[in-house]
Design a protein around this ligand. Structure first.
Ligand code: 5GP
Length: 191
């Protein structure tokens, strides 16, 4: 029996561990990743079309005008958006469509009444979040502070989601997300 595809929004503050959770969830062939478009520069190891579609600001704005995005948001000075076309295709194929987006974007989708599973990944506490953001080493101290401030604001929005999963231990967080998505039956383990 094939289940009709559903949209799954994984959201939460930067540094809460969304990317790692999504990477692991995507090991399941029933799930397809929503490749977002962004205007931020490519990081080392990233691949255009796999991690993001890297667009110029002009090109991104053109696509906003054309109505290509379900949502888009300015995140730390760069534009990020979810493309409408690939999502429709995946859902028609019966895939679960996994989006890893920030809180502004998730709430835009929710406000449009688009049905789906809305999961908020929360950091265990803000000191831990600070350690993760600093430890990642990709951002300057000012950027880390800005992200922490934004994370605190976003944390208040968790009540608008269907589920809040605290990422204090990756494997148990993953088990919970898989259970919520219906990828495992209750009691079934998955390594
Ligand atoms: P990064 O630049 O570190 O890959 O992502 C920065 C933030 O942008 C993360 O919180 C990520 O979830 C968010 N993001 C990635 N893609 C999208 C998108 O399509 N829409 C929105 N609203 N946020 C996104």
């Amino acid at each position: 029996m094939t289940t009709p595809g559903k949209m799954v929004v994984i959201s939460g503050p930067s540094g809460a561990g969304k990317s790692t959770v999504c990477r692991r969830i995507l090991e399941d062939p029933r799930v397809r990743f929503s490749v977002s478009a962004t205007t931020r520069p490519m990081r080392e190891g990233e691949v255009d079309g796999r991690d993001y579609y890297f667009l110029s600001t002009a090109n991104f704005r053109e696509r906003i005008e054309k109505g290509d995005f379900i949502e888009y948001a300015d995140v730390f000075g760069n534009l990020y958006g979810t493309l409408r076309g690939p999502m429709q295709a995946a859902l028609e194929e019966g895939k679960d469509y996994l989006m890893e987006i920030d809180v502004q974007g998730a709430l835009q989708i929710k406000n449009q009444g688009i049905p789906g599973l809305y999961i908020f990944i929360a950091p265990p506490d803000f000191e831990e979040l600070r350690r993760r953001l600093v430890g990642r080493g990709t951002e300057s101290p000012e950027v880390v502070e800005r992200r922490l401030q934004k994370a605190e604001d976003e944390y208040r929005e968790r009540v608008r989601y269907d589920h809040v999963v605290i990422n204090d231990e990756l494997e148990s967080c993953l088990a919970e997300v898989r259970r919520l998505m219906g990828l495992v039956q209750d009691g079934e383990s998955h390594s």
